[in-house]
Design a protein around this ligand. Sequence first.
Ligand SMILES: [Zn+2]
Length: 254
Amino acid sequence: MARREARPRAERERVLRPLRRCCPDCGRRMPIRYENRRTVAALDGPVRLRLKVRRCETAGCARHHRPYRPEAEGVIALPQHEFGLDVIASTGALRYREHRSVPEIHRSLRERGVAVCERTVTNLLDRYDELVATVVDEPRRAALAVQGRAVLAIDGLQPDVGHEVLWVVRDCLSGQVLLARPLLSAAAADLAGLLREVTAAIGVPVAGVVSDGQHSVRLAVGQALPGMPHQLCQFHYLREAGLPIFEADRHAKK
Ligand SMILES: [Zn+2]
């Protein structure tokens, strides 16, 4: 179907590098080998992503030449999605928490600078419904079994309506969402419950966790996955700072 509105030019650029430097399979260093670019319509305007992609180059490794993309990519936008995950979370919160109509949601998104037509709002609601209905089904389990392990990322998306947070648990190796659930609380026990639910369903060991390191998430990881390597990505704090151009990994720490 023809696009009715021109995609606005992204004035902002974000360069993202994977936090993980070593291959999750063989443990050898994965060099950055190429860059992917994509533009995402986020809640704070269009942003151009420059994604540095690592690759294992150890002959004989099960992940030989398999790409490892920046962990933060998946919290900005789902694979192949033009709109940011924050836009989808906001759309869902406006509809189900605030009981807004599609025209009202359309107006709200337009006011925030998201170039969206009314019909697209319906598509965004479909994406939200699909997202929160995600379960670790047989195809997901089969894909995880092939890669033999998962690197989990847990992120809370809080659109600025109400206090609901959409918690998303992803696998960084495949880029797949494994669970997405709106919660009114961000208590460590609730988040630990989400992590336990995922780890029980995936059928493969967890090789590590990535998060923005907020206190309740740290506690939850400690409760659900004691002793698990936990990498912190301060992507969220940087987004709040509103810097036009930055490299998220400069501020990342182990
Ligand atoms: Zn390897």
